[in-house]
Design a protein around this ligand. Structure first.
Ligand SMILES: NC(=O)c1ccc[n+]([C@@H]2O[C@H](COP(=O)([O-])OP(=O)(O)OC[C@H]3O[C@@H](n4cnc5c(N)ncnc54)[C@H](OP(=O)(O)O)[C@@H]3O)[C@@H](O)[C@H]2O)c1
Length: 268
């Protein structure tokens, strides 16, 4: 596994697994929960250690149970979860504290590695209160890093006005259909690590080129796409319900894309 050192010194695996459809009937986001997540067990067996969860996925408790029952020691895991911007969780500092305390219970742990604000909070007072609670838990050691998700440049500017702790990451959509280059440049300048959600997304014509590039490295187009992301410092959290794909999504540490191929993918 390779790691990226976040702006507070914490090391985060460069690849993790998403969980948004795990433990749900027919692998559908809005479907009822099942009582098991064989894909998460498989991901842990294959070597995934970074787990991307969220309160809105409704499966924190189930994900937490699988992690707690696994033989992987807690200190090897990197658990991320996210507090949604709904009134229920941000209407007061108490509400946010209750949300974090509940996540700690769900993951059967006394600390989370990374907690994110899931979506920008438009009300400035609520944003400030929420971030202050994040900082409080961070200072208490119950959160090893804090960050944001789906924040644009203007949201980051707003947070800067009062944040004592700089966000460690911004989890945003980064893929070939949504390259988000301008925001990536801002994050680089600010020292905020980009985490790509939806990292596998590409149009059919882009996939053809990725497959072609992959031939010379004996890698699949999907592996080329993930390598492209991590080679430019983007953390990826691909999600798969298929063990072969899960294994393939970890198997890109033994090759390096040429500068020419990197450029080719960037302009796809
Ligand atoms: N912060 C946010 O607002 C936000 C929003 C969306 C998602 N997320 C997080 O990001 C994670 C990943 O995003 P995502 O699940 O939307 O999309 P994704 O990981 O880009 O794509 C998942 C899809 O790609 C397929 N796939 C995975 N590996 C493959 C491979 N090697 N070859 C071919 N197909 C492959 C999967 O199918 P198979 O199952 O058949 O392999 C699945 O259909 C989520 O699980 C969630 O944790 C966060």
């Amino acid at each position: 596994m390779e790691y990226i050192t976040l702006n507070n010194g914490l090391k985060m695996p460069i690849v993790g697994t998403g969980t948004n459809t795990y433990g749900k009937e027919n692998n559908e986001y809005n479907a009822a929960l099942t009582n098991e997540i064989p894909e998460l067990i498989s991901a842990l067996e294959l070597g995934y250690r970074s787990i991307d969860a969220a309160i809105v996925y409704r499966n924190e408790e189930l994900v937490g149970r699988v992690l707690a029952e696994s033989t992987v020691p807690r200190e090897e895991l990197f658990i991320t979860t996210k507090v949604p911007g709904n009134e229920e969780y941000i209407s007061s500092k108490e509400a946010t504290r209750a949300a974090i305390d509940n996540s700690l219970i769900n993951f059967q742990t006394d600390y989370l590695d990374l907690l994110l604000i899931h979506f920008p909070i438009e009300d400035k007072g609520q944003l400030k209160n929420t971030w202050e609670v994040f900082e409080e838990y961070y200072e208490a050691g119950k959160l090893k890093a804090i960050g944001v998700s789906n924040f644009g440049k203007e949201h980051l500017e707003e947070l800067k006005e009062f944040a004592k702790v700089k966000p460690a990451v911004n989890q945003i959509q980064i893929n070939l259909t949504e390259p988000n280059q301008d925001l990536l440049a801002v994050l680089k300048e600010e020292g905020i690590a980009p985490v790509a959600w939806g990292p596998m997304k590409a149009e059919a014509h882009q996939k053809e080129v990725l497959d072609e590039i992959g031939e010379s490295y004996k890698k699949s187009g999907a592996q080329v796409l993930l390598k492209y992301q991590i080679q430019r410092g983007v953390i990826v959290i691909p999600k798969s319900h298929n063990r072969e794909n899960q294994a393939s999504n970890l198997d890109f540490f033994d090759f390096e894309l040429s500068a020419e191929d990197m450029k080719k993918i960037e302009t796809l």
